[in-house]
Design a protein around this ligand. Structure first.
Ligand SMILES: Cc1cc2nc3c(=O)[nH]c(=O)nc-3n(C[C@H](O)[C@H](O)[C@H](O)COP(=O)(O)O)c2cc1C
Length: 168
């Protein structure tokens, strides 16, 4: 396992638009017995309720969602380009059906009981502050429903305090 140290937000150089939508991140949740991870490219970083926060949107069908709801904590891991193929795999296969973490050849590490992916360069440890189910009637832009939710697999939006940032 790699050694990580706690850093402050001014010590990391992250453009959230690039880092999340183009490079992608791994959302990981669970406990020391069982954890799951999935690739995500939608979300953001910002400020809410006086805290540094991350928001992620997770569809109902995702196995990872069960772990986030159960634990109220998750992590965001940002691996380098070298792990692109791993991320494609972790974003296609569900941990509900197979042991995808082992198959992908990546490792789970822990920070104060919260699982994260050891291959990340930067890790954000997150505490869920709110979980809002996105409903079709919420869309002001009515095209969103048809474009993104033909299968009715709606997202829940989690806004979470970034309690710790770790870097290698
Ligand atoms: C590039 C990429 C980005 C993704 N972004 C998201 C996302 O933001 N939210 C989401 O719910 N699923 C997203 N997915 C899909 C999940 O990663 C995928 O369904 C995964 O297999 C779920 O795994 P799980 O069932 O083990 O949780 C994305 C997939 C890829 C490949």
């Amino acid at each position: 396992m790699h050694t990580f140290q706690k850093v402050t937000s001014d010590m990391i150089d992250i453009n959230p638009f690039e880092k999340i939508s183009k490079d992608w991140m791994l959302v990981t949740a669970g406990n020391e017995e069982k954890a799951n991870t999935m690739t995500a490219s939608w979300g953001g970083l910002g400020t809410m309720w006086g805290k540094d926060v991350a928001y992620v949107v997770i569809r109902e069908s995702r196995f990872t969602k069960e772990f986030i709801d159960r634990e109220g904590k998750f992590s965001l891991s940002f691996p380098s380009e070298k792990y692109r193929k791993h991320m494609k795999f972790l974003g296609t296969v569900s941990g509900r059906n197979e042991n995808k973490i082992e198959e992908a050849g990546i490792d789970i590490n822990y920070h104060e009981g919260v699982p994260f992916i050891d291959q990340g360069d930067v890790i954000m440890i997150c505490r869920v502050m709110s979980a809002t189910q996105i409903k079709p009637e919420d869309f002001v832009d009515k095209d969103i429903d048809n474009t993104w939710y033909k299968d009715k697999d709606y997202h829940t939006m989690y806004i979470a305090e970034v309690t710790d940032i770790l870097a290698r």
